[in-house]
Design a protein. Structure first.
Length: 120
């Protein structure tokens, strides 16, 4: 497991999220309190703004950053499992472009995880 500062990880995840926005996806950090609330709101906004889908982590996920773990969630605005899987692949690709090592088994019902050893 690689070791990074929290600031380094935030910079890299922010970079990936900027790129995801260029790919017609909503991408939000520290968004709302939980998965249910965030997914509900982001789905509505994605449909309204004609976005392909959305990517986010919520406040509960943010609490785990200090422990070296971040779960990134994603979904298609079409309610299509294949499109959701493709969005997951895009998220993994953009995280890797930032030099990160996301863990994901390709299952569209699973989160994408980032794990690292926290250093000061």
């Amino acid at each position: 497991m690689k070791a990074f500062t929290i600031e380094f990880m935030n910079e890299k995840v922010s970079g990936a999220f900027r790129e995801l926005r260029k790919r017609n996806l909503l991408a939000h950090k520290n968004f709302l309190c939980c998965s249910k609330c965030a997914s509900t709101e982001l789905y509505e906004v994605a449909v309204e703004k004609n976005k392909r889908g959305y990517v986010y982590y919520h406040r509960q996920d943010t609490a785990d950053i200090a422990k070296g773990n971040l779960c990134i969630r994603y979904c298609s605005a079409k309610d299509d499992e294949n499109d959701t899987k493709e969005i997951g692949n895009i998220v993994v690709e953009e995280l890797r472009k930032q030099g990160l090592e996301p863990e994901w088994n390709g299952d569209p019902s699973r989160v994408i995880e980032l794990n690292w050893k926290v250093v000061e």
